[in-house]
Design a protein around this ligand. Structure first.
Ligand code: AMP
Length: 287
């Protein structure tokens, strides 16, 4: 059964989303950048390249089965989608910000009637209503930071990643509405008919993410130091130990190691007489 998958066609989420799919073996081909639809026939997949903010509605309506988009987009859309996997990129938060000179330091200080420019009108309305504030939400499609200077609004509600854009524009964050990152979403409707196919896609992307933080380590170890090596290299269910033909005193040890531990592990192995130490990148890791 063919699964229809949506991927952001541009913007902050595009590059990494396409990279994850390629590493998972879902090949979009050479010239995907100019196409809106790519068939990955071997995998029974049709990939649509569309705007990240349109993806929640497409999934909800059933036009698309599964998609990569930001949690902020899904929250703003209000659709009840199923999140299958956090993708650990596109981290940001939707925050309310005021001009440094305004004297407003928290959401409690925001006066009733304040005008707030945002491209997230639903989340902004809900947030201020939950705080018991009556504010005027002004919907814009981008560049929220400039709106207070234009006199269009008193405050803004926008995505913040590092905070440097707010700082450059002399704005201060006074409250956070939600945290967001890129994730894989689907719907109950798609899960009802294509559960196994969707699980395969999610698992393959997950296996790429699991592999990225790990290395495959190989080393030749004196056999009498093996118990120390087993403590050093827990691996996935312990290291693989292989005999070396014609050499009874040395064994080859293979293990998957967290990338952050590689430096220490290689040094520890050298100290117990390991030779021929190799570390290799892993494409995918299915545990
Ligand atoms: P920063 O200066 O790093 O805080 O980034 C703020 C600017 O980048 C704002 O204009 C945001 O709208 C935009 N932005 C930050 N993070 C994201 C994201 N994950 N997705 C889309 N836009 C973002």
């Amino acid at each position: 059964m063919t699964v229809k998958m949506a991927v952001p066609n541009k913007g902050r989420l595009n590059e990494r989303a396409v990279e994850l799919l390629a590493k998972a073996g879902i090949d979009l081909g050479e010239d995907w950048g100019r196409r809106l639809r790519v068939c990955a026939e071997d995998q029974g997949l049709e990939i649509m390249l569309v705007r990240a903010q349109d993806i929640p509605a497409f999934i909800s309506s059933g036009a698309i089965d599964i998609g990569i988009t930001g949690e902020d987009m899904v929250a703003e859309s209000g659709y009840n989608l199923r999140k299958m996997l956090d993708l650990e990129f596109g981290h940001c938060r939707l925050s309310v910000a005021a001009q440094e000179s305004s004297g407003i330091g928290s959401v409690d200080d925001v006066p009733n009637g304040a005008r707030i420019a945002t491209s997230f009108p639903n989340l902004t309305e809900k947030f201020f209503a939950s705080k018991g504030k009556k504010v005027e939400v002004i919907e814009i499609s981008g560049a929220a930071e400039i709106m207070p200077y234009l006199g269009v609004s008193d405050l803004i509600c926008d995505l913040v990643a590092t905070g440097s854009t707010l700082k450059t524009n002399r704005l201060v964050e006074i409250g956070k509405i939600i945290d967001s990152q890129a994730a894989v979403f689907t719907s109950d409707r798609a899960l009802a008919s294509k559960k196994a196919e969707i699980a395969d896609i999610v698992d393959s992307i997950g296996s790429v993410m699991a592999a990225e933080g790990r290395k495959y380590l190989m080393a030749d170890i004196p056999k009498d130091r093996l118990s120390e090596v087993q403590r050093m290299l827990p691996g996935i269910g312990g290291p693989t130990v292989l005999n070396i033909a014609g050499n009874d005193s040395v064994v080859a040890v293979h293990a998957v190691v967290d990338s952050k531990d590689v430096y220490r592990t290689v040094n520890d192995l050298k100290k117990i007489g390991a030779k021929g130490i190799l570390t290799l990148s892993i494409d995918r890791l299915v545990e």
